[in-house]
Design a protein around this ligand. Sequence first.
Ligand code: LAN
Length: 729
Amino acid sequence: KQPNGVPLSRKNPEAADPQTDPSRWRLLDEQGRQTWHYLQSDEEIKEWPQSIADRYFLGLPTGLPPLPEPDTPLNAAQNAIAYFSQLQLPPGNWACEYGGPLFLLPGLVITWYVTETPIPTHISIEIRRYLFARQNPVDGGWGLHVEGESSVFGTAMNYVILRLLGASEEDPRMINARGMLHKLGGAINGPHWAKFWLSVLGCMEPEAVNPVPPELWLLPDWVPFAPWRWWIHIRQVYLPMSYIVSKGFRCTSTPLTRQLREEIYTQPYSSINFASHRNSISPTDNYHPKTMLLNIFNQLLVNIWGPYMRTDFIRRRAEQWTWDLIRREDANTDFANLGPVSGPMNLLACYIHDGPDSYAVARHRERMHDFLWVKDEGMLMNGTNGVQTWDTAFLIQAVVEAGLAEEVKWKPMLIKALEFLDDQQIREDCPEQGICYRHRRKGAWAFSTREQGYTVSDCTSEALKSVILLQCLPGFPKLVSDERIKDAIDTLLTMQNPSGGFASYEAIRGSQYLEYLNAAEVFGRIMIEYDYPECTTAVVTALAMFSRTYDASYRQAEIEATISKAVAWILKDQRKDGSWYGSWGICFTYAGMFALESLASVGRYCSNDDRVALACQFFLDRQMADGGWGESYKSCTDGVYTQHEKSQVVQTCWVIIALLEAQYPEREPIEKAVRMVMRRQQQDGSWKQEAIEGVFNKSCMITYPNYKFIFPVKALGMFAKRFGNPKVQ
Ligand code: LAN
């Protein structure tokens, strides 16, 4: 029983939810575009059998055999590859659930609802199942992400969409969730993005939503806070958001939305003074409180700009220009869009502008399925349209690093992977890229697919390294031409920041002071690009590999200068205790691995460099009794290394790799870690899922389930290389 007397939903047999038949789900991968399909007829089932990968993703038995018990690290790595190779998809890439954030489905489901997009039953059933499976069993709420504590953002939004998807307000789990929401002060205490979505749905008055004026897009480029300077994700979210708000779009009221108005607040809807609640927010949601500057700015917009200065002429021009930018984003990505928050918003913007029966709306509706993922717990929304290029590139490097790339049995797998990367390289810049503020992308790789088409510095680098590594091995085809490899180098060389570091999608375009205008409350470091040790290292090592093993003469001086400036930045970013803060993986273990790889690539090791020795000592001081490392996601939110109660395979492998890159002299601690990783390996070569691996914007965690294959292969392989693959028991 929970404190308020409601039985725990998952243990309540009466609450058994309808469920689809897992044996009917199939993942289709068309050149990296991944969509899940639910087969209706026996005919279809016969024609399209379920693959091992499908079964693995759905949590069904894979039928993969137990493998001979490995006695050396390399044998363990081989077993892991044997398993992982079975999960490769026909175009050559790998896929996985890319969940964690709990604020993505709400945007999608609300958009479906307000645009009257029919939701197939098999989808609504599975989304409902997922949301209930991820409900916090103790208090009935939801957090920002699956491991986070319950917040208004998570609880109000997921409660609302469960209702839109047909959950009853009398379901004990919903009663419980409502109780938690009320305890947190009700939906009025939600952050900006929650208020925006609830207002779109007609369950909150627009006066409660802080302003997002499309006029910002009319500012000249020299203005220090002009939107083109913002981080690309914030830019692409606020763009359609400002258009939708300016258009005053609201869902026509329905019996359900009217009922919801009475469920999600602690007082009757009609008695709430919404305008006074623009800044109301629960402490659990207020990770990055708004600054006084932003509050003053908002006051001016609400009280002076809106009522007295915003003429129809300005409004129309702003709406026209933001619409033009939205249209360009859709055209550049064939409606796939940058990410899972802006995608549904662009759909809604097209619905408003082009109407419900337009091509744009139809295409957007199809594209929404690129974000959806099915697993044993139900259906969730991925953080991107997949991890295609990223995980595929890493897998190649792990196998090569382990010295196993030339084994006959892995060759077909690697050639397929190379073919995939070949296909996914972006060949052309966006048309009129300057107008839509897009960065150069010719020769680059995106994180997911070429269609999405956004250059990322480290995705380009990791893919490029993988291509070079394989194409230099005997017996591998040369698919990516010299010219295209140089295109990638050219793109990378446009991305360095004046500091020497590298950011994610673009070089930094705005001042750190722009963070004072961060209105999202729930995220940190979101307004602009930053230098990241992860991205910087990827570029350093890619450039170095290109110069050393591919073409020593091409733009040699520039490459050398870029590398030395970047390494200088890595050293500058090291903390006094020897560590580096990671922004995309949890956390110091992740960033440390990259930073030490950078330093090793310029010949800085434990033996000749105090800074490297200090970094190794930082890790050794935190090794756990079983030989592993374990870091909690709190490291990311709090900025200090925080032990997880249990050691983690993935993080342990990151540290093993870090220590090996640094040529840490003692074998004992590394071997102890290797033993721990081998002990946790299952008989079929796989590892069980442990804690969440990734992060963004300091506060939101995201899963990288393939890391538990990729990094053990790399770590075990590197250990074997260094110490001659000894017997380890
Ligand atoms: C990602 C995923 C990949 C990640 C790496 C390549 C690992 C990193 O090294 C660079 C940044 C990048 C590309 C990245 C940026 C932010 C993303 C796209 C995500 C973490 C996945 C989801 C996240 C996106 C912002 C989620 C939507 C949320 C908003 C706040 C708009």
